[in-house]
Design a protein around this ligand. Structure first.
Ligand SMILES: [Zn+2]
Length: 206
């Protein structure tokens, strides 16, 4: 398993390249490119939300909670809510992600479960695509692609770290990151259920 710092370094470098490529070749504005870079970097940490060890888990929820609060605030203001109600929603989103989701994640997931999988990566990308409903199609795709790229970098790095190149052998966790199914069929079914629901919502929205 790659370290927290290893994942962050990899996804941050990838994010810088992704954001620059969007700016340079797709003509995306610099601040949108920078947002894409940040999303790639953050998504490179997302699969370890299921980690029980405190550093990645606590750090990730500390980052995810204010992010969820800001996205909620943005949506509430776009909806035309008053500032007080928008701020209340922001606070609620922050508290739910920071404490409720963090608690549930520790209790209900196992490390290297379905959070380390290809369908989970697609769920992350589709969620971002749906969150940024108010943006034009290519920007939504750009941001969703940023999350998929970061998430994929994490899964690939975990698999690479499971190969002992000097000893020429494959260590035990190999195949537990870049996978389509887990041994827990309930977790697999929930993951595919959420994935199909999001695909349905995207198809209905377009
Ligand atoms: Zn991992």
């Amino acid at each position: 398993m790659a370290s927290f710092r290893g994942h962050l370094t990899t996804s941050a470098i990838l994010g810088a390249m992704y954001g620059f490529a969007g700016f340079w070749s797709l003509g995306i504005r610099w601040w949108m490119g920078a947002l894409g870079s940040g999303m790639t970097a953050m998504a490179g940490l997302l699969p370890d939300l299921d980690s029980d060890s405190s550093v990645p888990n606590r750090t990730l929820f500390r980052i995810a909670a204010p992010f969820a609060g800001l996205v909620t605030l943005q949506h509430a203001l776009i909806e035309g809510l008053s500032l007080e109600r928008a701020l209340l929603r922001m606070l609620l989103a922050f508290l739910i992600v920071r404490y409720v989701c963090c608690y549930l994640m520790r209790k209900m997931t196992v490390h290297r479960g379905m959070f380390h999988s290809i369908p989970a990566m697609l769920i992350a990308g589709l969620t971002v695509f749906l969150i940024y409903l108010h943006l034009e199609g290519r920007l939504r795709l750009f941001l969703a692609g940023a999350v998929v790229a970061g998430y994929l970098s994490h899964l690939i790095l975990d698999e690479i770290c499971a190969v002992d190149f000097q000893g020429g052998r494959i260590k035990k966790p190999f195949g537990t990151a870049l996978k389509l199914f887990s041994q827990n069929w309930i977790a697999t079914a929930i993951c595919y259920g959420v994935l199909f629901l999001l695909v349905f919502l995207v198809l209905m929205g377009d």
